[in-house]
Design a protein around this ligand. Structure first.
Ligand code: ASP
Length: 312
């Protein structure tokens, strides 16, 4: 029997029960459930994994507690600069955008880049012109604003530090990477991955993390797996995390679990790269490894209930 699988994340980091209120936890779990449900509805009807991951990520972008779309973090200049990418495992087609501040759903722009631009990666204002020329919803700064993100920025804006979504000024403080992502295997055997982020609070100089970089933050290949990452982007870029997992499977014959555990729990840890990822292989196995305290995550196999988890 043909089956589908889907997994999503809403970021990894210092996510501890002691730092959470019951109301907030419920809000997070509700948002994760809703995003999975939207993706699964598409997969159940025979829809594509690309449609499913885009729909799930749009729903997470629209939810203000995650650092993507509405609720994206502030840059040093007090603006929002969002990054996103999407990839099809069927044909290795990919689309990515970085530094967009007006597009309501950056993941839909990444999809548009993949399908209509003739390119893989567009950035900044020109990418936004491409978005509005193609009818994607555009929003004002107010739409992306949330009090919580504004406060996080106020805490560090006069310093040289940049924060991973939510970090106390002290190194020991709470760290949370609120990037969102989805991976899916559809009934036709096609894999897809999508990732979207506001990046890091107080980021400067047009800083771009791993999220829009194909092979670093996002990768999908029908022969191996689909991956979406969250964490300290500089390390994920240097470790080429998503592609590395696919390569370990393709060239060394590792299982999804072996490849994920090696990259997230050994390689990244040795480098000092905090974070995690979600992964699905070509037969629907799901892995959700992270080397931080927690990761907002949810997953579902066809015919089974939706599962959500936050802590270790
Ligand atoms: N990986 C993202 C970045 O470095 C941050 C995150 O995962 O929240 O931009």
């Amino acid at each position: 029997m043909k089956t589908f699988s889907i997994a999503i994340h809403g970021g990894a980091g210092t996510i501890l029960p002691a730092l959470m209120t019951p109301q907030k936890e419920l809000a997070y779990r509700t948002a994760l459930n809703e995003a999975i449900r939207l993706g699964s509805n598409i997969l159940e009807k025979g829809g594509s994994s690309l449609d499913a991951v885009e729909a799930a990520v749009v729903s997470l972008e629209d939810f203000p507690l995650f650092n993507a779309g509405k609720g994206a973090v502030f840059t040093h200049k007090g603006t929002h600069e969002m990054d996103a990418s999407i990839m099809s495992g069927l044909n290795l087609n990919a689309g990515a955008v970085s530094g967009v501040s007006k597009v309501k759903n950056p993941i839909s722009l990444a999809r548009l880049v993949m399908e209509k631009s003739g390119h893989v990666y567009l950035s900044g204002q020109e990418a936004e012109i491409f978005a509005s020329n193609n009818g994607l919803p555009i929003e004002s700064d107010n739409y992306f604003y949330t009090d919580e993100r504004y406060k996080q920025w106020q805490d560090v804006k006069d310093s040289d530090t940049y924060q991973l979504d939510h970090t106390d000024k002290s190194e020991q403080g709470e760290k949370k990477f609120g990037t969102v992502g989805a991976v899916a295997l559809d009934l036709h055997g096609n894999l897809a991955a999508a990732t979207s982020t506001g990046g890091m609070t107080n980021k400067k100089f047009g800083r771009v993390g791993d999220t829009p970089i194909i092979g670093a933050g996002t990768y999908a290949n029908n022969h191996t797996c689909a991956i979406s990452c969250t964490g300290h982007g500089e390390y994920f870029i240097r470790a080429v995390v998503a592609y590395d997992i696919s390569c370990l499977m393709e060239y060394k014959g590792l299982s999804l679990k072996q490849a994920c555990d090696f990259v997230v729990k050994e390689k990244l840890v040795k480098m000092g790269g905090e974070g995690g990822l979600i992964a699905i292989d070509k037969i629907g196995n799901i892995e959700l490894p992270f080397n931080s305290d927690g990761m907002y995550r949810a997953w579902q196999h066809s015919g089974e209930a939706i599962q959500t988890a936050i802590y270790k």
